[in-house]
Design a protein around this ligand. Structure first.
Ligand SMILES: [Zn+2]
Length: 94
């Protein structure tokens, strides 16, 4: 038997955060380089409740996404706050 290494378990909030961020990042007025996008995503993921699933099925992912309208709104709000912080203090020269 192999030791279980956590394979097949993922935090679907990562998908949700990255997807939402990509869809609104252009309208946020902050830098959209990979570094800043990584900072925004990390900030948001540290401030939302993770949702782990033991499956990679897209089916399940979209279901969860639909079911949680409130957490979607919450994620959007946190992306906006994160972008404001990043705008003030990007980790590189403006
Ligand atoms: Zn940047």
């Amino acid at each position: 038997m192999n030791e279980y290494n956590g394979q097949g378990v993922r935090n679907i909030m990562e998908d949700i955060v990255f997807e939402k961020m990509e869809s609104i990042v252009d309208s946020l007025g902050c830098c959209t380089c990979d570094k800043c996008k990584a900072d925004i995503a990390a900030y948001v993921l540290n401030h939302v409740t993770p949702r782990y699933v033991a499956s990679e099925k897209g089916e399940l992912f979209s279901k969860v996404q639909e079911l949680n309208q409130n957490s979607n709104t919450d994620v959007l709000r946190k992306i906006v706050s994160a972008s404001e912080i990043i705008k003030e203090k990007p980790r590189h020269e403006q």
